[in-house]
Design a protein around this ligand. Structure first.
Ligand code: GLY
Length: 361
């Protein structure tokens, strides 16, 4: 199967290429967008060990002068301290505005490296080479970058669209089942917010082993088309882009309440189920949609229940950055494949979350 290209038509448009064996050809592919310059390959230590060498060699063959920066893997590295180490690294190596940052890895790497690329000299070239399923379908596209602060996730960041995104599905082979499921949660999210056909396909799939590389390319491409369309219409999240937060407001709160011992995908699985339960109880969507969602989550070993107390969870939801004054936007399904954003005052939202939580015990 040939590589597929999705064009993202944001203010500064860029291509996303999806295919097989792109890591070995990344130098050639990047040179079509950015002429050879200094390239900083930024990665966590695990991904650098797995894929740093072929990426570096391919860039050097295409004429780039490559330096590498690796940081300890994991969400705990997504801090202003790691960001400042990256900025120091770029300055110490004499990078200038014509040079490029290449993020090689999952969401943490893309968010950190993207923010460094946005801040360094007020912005240098940026390429995303996502290696996790979650980063391919979600975080590498759309330009969100951030670091966590002690007070919460992603509290300091900017929008910085990349010049190019390369998704090599061969890299997915090295993911654990848990990491793979985490990406599937985001894929299920896209299906629930706007693609019932994709949802029905996922509902009939017997887990990871039933997905060929070709099927993955199709699914990833479809998710990027959906995200690209939404981001083109609402780049800075003032309206429609909020749909992408389906299951996330509660999901982030669950992650926080569990001290980040639960994965993002698992938390989003529970968050989507709570929102669908609320929607059914409000009569926004017909009964049975939550059961369809649960069946699909089960296919990929994603949870849909939690024992967290309503008080603890509501406190965490109300401190979410998506809260605006005494209002909070919740994303609710009208049916599988069609979600809407609704603004609720805090006390009303709290009542709804308590109600939805009861249905997910
Ligand atoms: N991950 C949600 C967004 O990019 O808007």
């Amino acid at each position: 199967m040939d590589n597929v290209t999705v064009a993202i038509k944001t203010k500064k448009p860029y291509p996303v290429k999806i295919g097989i064996d792109m890591l070995n050809k990344c130098g050639e592919l990047i040179s079509a967008e950015i002429k050879p310059c200094r390239a900083a390959v930024i990665s966590d230590e695990n991904v650098m060990r797995l894929y740093g060498q072929p990426v570096r060699e391919s860039l050097e063959e295409a004429g780039y002068r490559v330096s590498s920066f690796a940081f300890p893997a994991g969400e705990k590295s997504k801090t202003p301290q790691t960001l400042f180490k990256m900025l120091d690294f770029l300055a110490e190596n004499g990078f200038d505005r014509s040079d490029a940052v290449v993020a090689l890895g999952g969401g943490v790497t893309g968010d950190l490296a993207g923010l460094a690329a946005a801040l360094y000299m007020r912005g240098i070239n940026f390429v995303q080479i996502p290696t996790s399923l979650l980063a391919m379908v979600d975080s590498s596209v759309g330009g969100k970058t951030a670091v966590n602060l002690e007070q919460g996730k992603n509290l300091a960041g900017v929008f910085k669209q990349p010049e190019l995104v390369l998704c090599d599905v061969k890299a997915l082979k090295s993911l654990s089942d848990g990491e793979f499921s985490c990406g599937m949660a985001e894929i299920i999210k896209y299906a629930v917010i706007c693609d019932e056909e994709l949802f029905d396909f996922l509902c009939g799939i017997d887990g990871r082993k039933a997905l060929s590389q070709e099927a993955l390319i199709k699914i990833i491409t479809r998710c990027i088309e959906i995200k690209g369309g939404i981001v083109e219409r609402d780049e800075f999240e003032s309206g429609e882009r909020r749909l992408l937060n389906f299951g996330h407001t509660i999901g982030h709160a669950i992650e926080k309440c569990c001290g980040y011992s639960i994965s993002h995908g698992q938390a989003v699985g529970i968050g989507m189920t709570i929102m669908t339960d609320i929607s059914e109880k409000l009569g926004f969507c017909r009964n049975g949609e939550k059961e369809r969602l649960i069946k699909t989550l089960r296919n990929f070993d994603l949870p849909f229940e939690t024992r967290l107390s309503a008080d603890v969870l509501c406190d965490a939801v109300m401190s979410d950055k998506k809260r605006s004054g005494d209002k909070i936007v919740l994303v609710l399904p009208r049916q599988i494949g069609d979600c809407v954003c609704r603004s609720f005052c805090i006390s009303e939202a709290e009542g709804l979350i308590r109600m939805g939580l009861e249905g997910c015990r």
